[in-house]
Design a protein around this ligand. Structure first.
Ligand SMILES: CC(C)(COP(=O)(O)OP(=O)(O)OC[C@H]1O[C@@H](n2cnc3c(N)ncnc32)[C@H](O)[C@@H]1OP(=O)(O)O)[C@@H](O)C(=O)NCCC(=O)NCCS
Length: 165
């Protein structure tokens, strides 16, 4: 996957005191799906998000900024926890809010929540061409442990990463 960083001119300023992470709900789905569709080569459909929100093992959260009652949705994270293992399923930040620390904020939230639940091992899968995501995961001490050749669209490799605490 090719990543185009937003030019500094379009980057929004973050007012951290107005940033909030909340459980994803059905009212968020229109914005979530639109963000997902514009950010992934293999985007999840609305139905996939709904299924994940209904899955007992899964957790989906959105991150919003701005003044209530109409804050803007600027990202989301979905993961699945089974016993003491967690798999990061999806994470995305709005293109105009990238490289401002929102991805790290979502990952910190994820790690904190999982640590409270006694998670010991974290897994994820990432497109080998997705440098920004790989960098983000390495910031959180994930390490490579495998590869699925030509996994995405029959041409991009999937890298398997894990972290043990
Ligand atoms: C991957 C993604 C979530 C990162 O979100 P983000 O808010 O831009 O990340 P942050 O601002 O918190 O940056 C985290 C680190 O990655 C680096 N980084 C992020 N994007 C980068 C880029 N395009 N080029 C270079 N470094 C980048 C940051 O500099 C920072 O590292 P540092 O602390 O060492 O300086 C975001 O790019 C995204 O939504 N991509 C599309 C969806 C996607 O690919 N999801 C992952 C699926 S596996």
């Amino acid at each position: 996957m090719q990543f185009i960083s937003p030019s500094p001119q379009v980057l929004k300023r973050i007012e951290w005191e107005r940033v909030a992470i909340q459980k994803m709900n059905v009212q968020d789905l229109e914005e979530v799906v639109s963000l997902e569709t514009s950010s992934s080569l293999t985007p999840w459909s609305k139905n996939m998000f709904v299924k994940e929100m209904q899955n007992h093992f899964s957790h989906c959260f959105v991150i919003k900024t701005g003044k209530p009652p109409h804050p803007s949705l600027i990202g989301f994270i979905c993961f699945r926890n089974v016993t003491d293992e967690s798999e990061l399923l999806n994470i995305c930040v709005h293109p105009q809010y990238r490289q401002l620390g929102i991805g790290k904020k979502l990952m910190e939230f994820y790690m904190e929540l999982c640590s409270q639940k006694g998670i010991k091992t974290y897994y994820l899968e990432v497109n080998s061409s997705n440098g920004s995501a790989i960098h983000l995961y390495q910031c959180f001490s994930y390490q490579f442990f495998g590869m699925r050749k030509n996994f995405y669209q029959g041409k991009f490799d999937a890298l398997l990463m894990m972290k043990k605490v």
